[in-house]
Design a protein around this ligand. Structure first.
Ligand code: FAD
Length: 467
């Protein structure tokens, strides 16, 4: 129980206006939740969690006043963007205030040398639309870019569209600076620059409230959306891996999906050949003919070819990639869930071992990513193919928690890295570099432990968990 009271409710209403405080009804329930139900484990743990109120500040001044009001009476503050996270990142474990940042949505500057500066709550589709007008594109977007916010992606996400070239949000050089607001009775601004930004990336809002972001952009390209199909998974993967590693082919997406995953994508059914495996590509329009010809020579046929509209309008083939594939599968068979893994250089052998050990229980979904930052040059070759790694979000036919553990254990046994999407605890989710420095930052920016309490288990101050 928190000390949320009628007096605090009245104070919050006075700060942001009664219309921007939701304290009852279906909206309160919805805005307290994200896509945690992807995981049967999280679903059981988080179904009954909800905020006492959702508050929508319309300016930095209002945001500060909300933080002061909550800090004074020790009420938790849980930031929320679009609410598309998969691990309950923005679900309040101990009630309190969910701080909806979507009204803080101004794009402040797009510089001539390709840096965007924006407020945290701007939706990424608007960011991409605006930067494209000036000859740029976002280096990275989650497949949820229509709903996701800038800060929500950086604090809860990882990578996605663009990762095959630019790596992930923590790849040095992508995020230029983060401006944080501390959570206490005298909120201060803390600015992180370049490599230091890592301390507040993918930390679920536990290391300060992000109030401004600077991110580097990539030169704009025109993309075509391709779907390639083949009845032979191994043949498809050999060609796709070679495609991902060819530096002269400019790409924003390389996704491979094993059958029967394509059969779950109901709106696309007439495009697919029954029983075949598919690859989804976003590639430079000027190189499409060459890429399609190369695939055909390898026995891989193009079954869908549509330009990606600029400004961005559907159809988006990315709606079937990254964590979207699991969503489509769950619509057909609710027993599906997923795991998040990264293969080693022998990824074909590792994925074969998984198929052999868990036939029918694990269905492959590979995503090619760059391991390092890219150097942008004027030449066609603006990144180095040998830095590519194969990540994956395979579908798992869920049987029990123990069986899921068995699958994860086997992955680790054969050298596959597992990032656990079935926990809301930051430290249990996977690789958390610089954890000690992240804890130190949290202690500085949130001395009373009010920011999204319970999500960083090893935080020095965690008053609600201790209660
Ligand atoms: C269908 C589907 C597909 C997805 N595809 C991808 C993908 O391709 N790549 C990927 O990385 N993820 C993906 N995700 C996960 C999710 O969409 C991303 O993490 C997304 O970018 C989160 O943005 P959001 O605005 O919805 O954040 P939210 O879910 O609202 O919040 C995410 C986290 O950020 C914190 N936060 C929000 N705003 C602030 C702030 N101002 N200061 C501090 N902390 C803050 C929240 O407390 C929370 O912990 C997918 C999820 C779904 C359901």
């Amino acid at each position: 129980m928190t000390s949320f009271s009628p007096a605090l409710l009245a104070e919050l209403q006075a700060i942001v206006g009664a219309d921007h405080v939701i304290h009852q009804g279906e909206s309160l329930e919805q805005l307290s939740k994200d896509f945690y139900w992807y995981s049967p484990i999280l679903k059981a743990q988080l179904d009954d969690k909800r905020a006492d109120a959702v508050v929508r500040p319309g300016s930095l001044a209002e945001l500060k006043a909300v933080v002061v009001a909550c800090s004074r009476v020790r009420v938790p503050v849980v930031p929320r963007g679009g609410g598309t996270g998969n691990y309950g990142q923005c679900i309040p474990l101990y009630g309190g205030v969910v701080l909806d940042i979507t009204r803080l949505d101004r794009i402040l500057e797009i510089t001539a040398d390709g840096v965007i500066r924006a407020e945290p709550g701007v939706r990424l589709i608007r960011v991409e639309t605006e930067v494209r007008k000036l000859g740029w594109e976002m280096r990275l977007l989650p497949s949820t870019f229509v709903k996701s916010t800038f800060a929500g992606f950086l604090c809860g996400g990882f990578g996605g569209i663009g990762s095959v070239t630019w790596g992930t949000i923590v790849t040095p050089g992508n995020v230029k600076s983060l401006t944080l607001l501390t959570c206490d009775e005298n909120p201060r601004i803390v600015r992180l620059e370049e490599a230091e930004c890592d301390l507040a990336l993918h930390t679920y809002g536990t290391t300060g409230l992000v109030v401004e972001i600077e991110m580097r952009l990539a030169p704009r390209l025109n993309y075509d959306q391709l779907i390639l199909s083949c009845p032979d998974w191994d043949k498809l993967i050999v060609w796709t891996d070679a495609c991902a590693r060819r530096p002269e082919w400019r790409k924003r997406l390389v996704t491979a999906l094993e059958a029967p995953i394509p059969s779950f994508f109901k709106p696309m059914q007439k495009r697919f050949r029954p029983g075949e495996h598919v690859v989804f590509l976003l590639v430079d329009r000027d190189q499409c003919a060459e890429i399609i010809a190369s695939a055909a020579a390898a026995g891989v046929d193009c079954v869908y070819h549509t330009p990606l509209a600029d400004p961005l309008t559907p159809p988006f083939i990315t709606d079937y990639t990254w964590n979207h594939a699991t969503l489509w599968a769950m619509k057909v068979e609710p027993s599906f869930t997923n795991i998040q893994i990264t293969f080693g250089p022998n990824f074909q052998e590792q994925s074969r071992l998984l198929q052999q050990r868990f036939p029918g229980e694990i269905i492959h979904h590979h995503e090619w990513m760059a391991a390092r930052a890219r150097k942008v040059g004027s030449s066609a070759s603006h990144y180095a193919g040998e830095d590519i790694v194969v990540g994956a979000v395979p579908l798992i036919y869920y049987k029990s928690r123990e069986r899921l553990q068995e699958i994860s254990d086997y992955c680790r046994e054969i050298g596959v890295v597992v990032d656990d999407p079935h926990t809301f605890v930051l430290e249990d989710g996977g690789r958390i570099p610089n954890l000690d420095r992240k804890r130190t930052l949290r202690a500085q920016v949130d001395p009373a432990g009010l920011l999204n309490p319970g999500k960083m288990r090893t935080a020095a101050v965690n008053p609600f968990a201790a209660a």
